[in-house]
Write a protein that binds this ligand. Structure first.
Ligand code: SF4
Ligand code: SF4
Length: 115
């Protein structure tokens, strides 16, 4: 699979979900931290996935896990109230950890629930 080119001007191109997926860049205008799912607490009910706005589309099933790709998550909080076990948390240090490559295989794939 081709690796997307990232240039200093790329931040101007993160306005749509497709652009964010192609560049792996978060929209710099988003001031809220993205969310993360604590996998040890999650019961895999998929309620959060169904409530993430399609234009953001940040939550995916990856194997047995439900995950949030921080570059696609605006921190809008819409997933929080629907989680029955309250296992979705703000992720202010998201830039210190790297999203596993297999997570990025989900957006725009046949398994993308928002596409
Ligand atoms: S905070 Fe908003 S964008 Fe992020 S995963 Fe939850 S619903 Fe989706
Ligand atoms: S709503 Fe909560 S328990 Fe259900 S899949 Fe999402 S994070 Fe896991």
């Amino acid at each position: 699979m081709a690796v997307p080119m990232v240039s200093p001007t790329m931040n101007k191109m993160t306005g749509t979900r497709t652009e964010r997926i192609e560049t792996h860049e978060r929209n710099p205008k988003w001031k809220l931290a993205p969310m993360r799912i604590e996998m040890s607490e999650c019961i895999n009910c998929d309620a959060c996935l169904r409530h993430c706005p399609p234009q953001l589309g940040a939550i995916f099933n990856v194997g047995a896990d439900v995950v949030i790709i921080p570059e696609l998550c605006s921190g809008c909080d819409k997933c929080l109230p629907v989680c029955p076990v309250n296992c979705i948390y703000p992720f202010p240090d998201w830039e210190d950890s790297q999203v596993p490559a297999e997570w990025w295989e989900q957006p725009l794939s046949d398994n993308d629930p928002y596409d």
